[in-house]
Design a protein around this ligand. Structure first.
Ligand SMILES: Nc1ncnc2c1ncn2[C@@H]1O[C@H](COP(=O)(O)OP(=O)(O)O)[C@@H](O)[C@H]1O
Ligand SMILES: [Mg+2]
Length: 382
């Protein structure tokens, strides 16, 4: 079955499309074969509008409009991907569309005397189904929240399905805006999967670079700025002392932790731009490595593999630091070595999650989200 996955992450860089062929594997699992991938960057005006409605009080009109604009952009990206792969839209049986998160509050807050957890992904599934003629699964997170979960992370189910190994323990690390980690002990069952956000991914680095270049650059291309600077040990140790890094999993982070206020605080350090970028790049690498080591018992480290995906794999400064922060006996690889394009792992994951929903199978992991039970995720627009 050909399934497309559409993902747009917290970095707000653009729309990732992956088309995969999903079949039953011998061991009752799924075999996922890549067919096409394509990334369509957001136009700067769209990016600014999305940033404008992310985590702030805003006019409902802008939210409603973006909710209906995004599926048009998603449909264009989907059609462009099909065309590049020589496919007709009708060859694809199903689309899984994550949408663009503009608000996420996985922990219940006090709302008019009730305890309410909430999340909002823009990009309406009905519009996307109408524009593509392909059934769409969208809105994956609410059902997990309804079942008492945090609505995130959802990729661990995919990680478990494709990356678990009978003999070796593995950590799957996605370095997008935020860094997400899935821990798969050797031979682990679904209920043993642990997952959490280790802290910042590229988000703080991106914001600093955008600030210093007045928006001319969106990220530290090839880690050049970080590589030209020196880490400030004092600031690094202050940043690392944040309580968040000592909390046990499950835990999740977002733009509210590493967005505007965090960057304002960093800028007040008065460090040279390159030194500040180097320090924050180090923070990302060190918090990922520390979080993995602190969750493992020592014997588990033997032959342990850390497998990275997300835009962060393109930042050599970050990858080198991650290598040096991890114990020597751990292997460091990217998902490319396992046949999964690191830039499209999350899009592929949402194709697989849509496939599970289509077959009425649950695909949240209660051990990762905190839900009371496994539930069928998402809404289907036929
Ligand atoms: N060549 C590169 N050098 C350094 N960083 C890069 C490079 N390419 C991508 N990135 C980083 O990856 C980010 C996008 O990663 P992505 O996995 O798409 O995140 P998200 O899932 O949050 O959208 C960019 O914002 C940038 O920080
Ligand atoms: Mg992205």
């Amino acid at each position: 079955m050909l399934v497309a996955g559409l993902m747009s992450g917290t970095s707000l860089d653009g729309i990732d499309v992956a088309i995969v062929d999903i079949a039953k594997a011998k061991d009752d699992g799924l075999a996922v074969r890549g067919v096409a991938t394509h990334c369509v960057p957001y136009d700067p005006t769209v990016r600014a509008a999305l940033l404008g409605v992310s985590n702030c009080e805003t006019h409902t009109r802008e939210i409603a409009r973006l909710h209906f604009l995004l599926p048009r952009l998603y449909a264009e990206a989907f059609h462009a991907t099909c065309e590049r792969a020589g496919l007709k839209a009708g060859d694809v049986a199903l689309i899984g569309c994550h949408g663009q998160t503009v608000y996420h509050e996985g922990q219940p807050a006090d709302v008019l005397g009730h305890r309410v957890a909430s999340t909002l992904q823009l990009g309406d599934g009905s519009v996307l189904a109408e524009l593509t003629g392909v059934p769409v699964v969208s809105d994956f997170r609410p059902r997990d929240i309804a079942a008492g979960g945090q609505g995130a992370p959802l990729v661990p189910y995919f990680d478990w399905l494709l990356f678990r190994d009978a003999e070796r323990g593995r950590a799957l690390v996605n370095i997008g805006g935020i860094a997400n980690v899935t821990l798969l002990a050797a031979g682990c069952a679904q209920a043993q999967v642990r997952a959490y956000d280790s802290g910042p991914g590229n988000m703080a680095i991106d914001a600093l670079v955008a600030h210093y270049t007045e928006g001319a650059k969106r990220y530290d291309a090839d880690g050049e700025i970080a590589l030209s600077g020196a880490v400030d040990p004092e600031l690094l140790s202050i940043l690392m002392s944040d309580d968040y890094y000592r909390r046990r999993a499950p835990k999740s982070a977002g733009r509210e932790q590493y967005g505007r206020e965090f960057v304002q605080m960093l800028l007040q350090s008065g460090l040279e731009p390159a030194d500040l970028v180097a320090t924050v790049t180090h923070l990302t690498a060190a918090t990922i490595a520390d979080s993995i080591c602190s969750q493992l018992r020592e014997p588990e480290e033997e032959g342990f593999q850390v497998i990275v995906s997300g835009g962060g794999v393109h930042n050599p400064a970050l990858m080198r630091l991650l290598r040096s922060e991890l114990p020597e006996e751990m292997e460091l690889a990217t998902t490319a070595e396992f046949g999964v394009d690191p830039d499209f792992k999350e899009a592929i994951a949402f194709a697989v999650l849509a496939h599970e929903t289509w077959h009425r199978r649950g695909s949240n992991l209660p051990s990762a989200t905190g839900a009371r039970r496994q539930v069928v995720l998402g809404k289907v627009s036929y």
